[in-house]
Design a protein. Structure first.
Length: 96
């Protein structure tokens, strides 16, 4: 398994409970794909450097986890289909 670090931007319309709900969905999705050692690090709401989908703010959460490389594309596809996730960037930790 490869270790990944992923920063995810959630839509600003979400309140804290909704962010928690979507975050739990994402953690479950990672686990369903065979992910392990999932660590969640909330960064809070921040301004974006440039608008994304006409939004100027987002709630940032970092996820550290282990996952097979072949499953990462499936995880990205699931997040792209979720309307409350603006952006995500999974990076292998050893590449940093």
């Amino acid at each position: 398994m490869t270790e990944y670090e992923m920063v995810t931007l959630f839509h600003p319309r979400l309140d804290e409970d909704s962010v928690t709900e979507v975050s739990e969905w994402l953690q479950q999705r990672i686990a369903d794909l065979g992910g392990e050692n999932i660590e969640v690090i909330p960064w809070g709401r921040r301004s974006l450097a440039y608008p994304i989908q006409k939004q100027t703010e987002a709630t940032y959460i970092q996820y550290d986890f282990s996952l097979e490389g072949s499953q990462v594309s499936e995880l990205i596809r699931a997040m792209q289909l979720h309307e409350d996730i603006l952006r995500q960037l999974p990076v292998r930790k050893q590449d940093r």
